[in-house]
Each structure stands twice: as C-alpha cells, then as structure tokens.
Design a protein. Sequence first.
Length: 127
Amino acid sequence: QAAGVPINEALETLSRISNNVIIERAVNAARERVLEGGFITDSLKESGVFPAMAVHMLAIGEQTGAIEVMAEKVADFYEGEVTETVARMSTLMEPIIMVVLGIIVGTLVVAMYMPIFELGAVVTHGG
C-alpha cells in the first residue's frame, strides 16, 4: 500500500502468492470484506488463521491510517521470531548430528577392521 497499490489488488496478489490454501481463503475473505466496505482485520480475526497479536497490530494500523507501518512492524517481529527459532533448532541439532556421525564413522571403522581381525584369526589358527 505504501507503494501506491490499492488494498484490494494487494490482497489479491497476497492470496495468490501465499502457496497456502487456508491463508488464501482467509485473505480472499478479507478482500471481499474490504470490497463491501468493511475492515480487513474483522475478516482476519474471524478466520482464526492469523495470530491475535498480528491482527490487533493491523487493526491499530487500519484505524490510524498507517496499516503499512504496522504491517512492517508485524513482519519484523515475526522475522525475528523465525531467526531465533532457527538458531535454537540448529543449537539443539548439533549434538544429535555429532552422535549420528559418530555412529556412522564407528560402523565404517568396524566394517573395515573386522575382515583384518578375521584374517589374523585364520592365519593364527590355521584355517
């Protein structure tokens, strides 16, 4: 909207690029509500798809006429949440990856040395 795109076109584009049928339906319902003269956030709240905090912030932006500013704040907040979650997940996965790699390497080492030990036993015991 800050770029001058009408809100109904922006919502239509958003619904097409979401790649999620549930979000697409919710955004299309919000678009229909806007075309009827209602608020975007009323429909988003009714859908139950979007987080309450995001809907409340967008409602404030809608009421004050600064929806693009609030949408940017919502996007920044959730981008930070995703970054933090990915960092936590990678920290938790590091020990698991090390254990799996240790098991793989240990299996390979045992698989390589078992024939050598068996060969030694055959030579020592004579067949």
